[in-house]
Design a protein around this ligand. Structure first.
Ligand code: HEC
Length: 163
């Protein structure tokens, strides 16, 4: 009887250990389970700076919409929209992080729809396009989180993925 109890406890202990091991974040993930956006410190600081500018653009769009100033909506939305320089920047930022650049480009192309709707002075379509754009922001935030690496590691990673 006693012996059976010990066996049972042992089995239970193994089960708990096995479960706690699978629950641990594995390599290549951040503590909260998001994927790492791998960047050297300088680029990471720039990326966050871009982000704060994006939030300012969103604020400007909402403010302009509240007074039906579609010209101002269009100007602010252009700061979120796609252009070649923006595309190059997104390519650089995602150079060591598979999947990041695609999400970033999709975000900028989605923001182009805000510009289109504002040009037509279509309030409902502008709101819909803004909402769709914000969904691309939140999707990316749910997926990626910065992880800083030193310059040497960065160089090694981008030459490897460029092969
Ligand atoms: C392709 C991915 C992606 C998209 C799209 C994106 N972000 Fe981000 N954003 C990030 C990452 C990664 C961080 C850094 C998170 C971290 O590590 O703390 C970030 C951080 C931020 C921050 C915090 C900046 C700071 O100083 O800490 C703000 C604000 C922000 N994003 C706003 C936005 C807004 C607004 C949009 C859309 C209009 C947007 N982002 C779209 C990836 C993205």
């Amino acid at each position: 009887m006693k012996c059976r109890n010990i066996k049972l406890w042992f089995l239970l202990l193994m089960l708990v250990l096995a479960l706690s091991m699978t629950a641990h974040p594995s390599g290549g993930q951040t503590l909260d389970g998001r994927k790492p956006l791998i960047l050297p410190a300088m680029m990471a600081a720039h990326q966050k700076q871009n982000m704060r500018e994006h939030l300012i653009a969103v604020q400007e769009i909402v403010a302009a919409l509240s007074t039906d100033d579609f010209n101002a909506v269009e100007q602010a939305a252009k700061n979120l929209g796609y252009n070649e320089a923006m595309g190059q920047r997104c390519n650089m930022l995602g150079a060591a992080t598979p999947g990041f650049t695609a999400m970033a480009l999709n975000f900028h192309h989605t923001a182009d729809r805000i510009v289109d709707a504002a040009k037509k002075h279509d309030r409902a379509a502008t709101m819909t396009a803004l909402s769709n754009t914000l969904t691309t922001c939140t999707n990316c935030h749910a997926t990626f989180k910065q992880t800083i690496v030193d310059e040497q590691t960065w160089q090694r990673l981008i030459t490897k993925s460029g092969e």
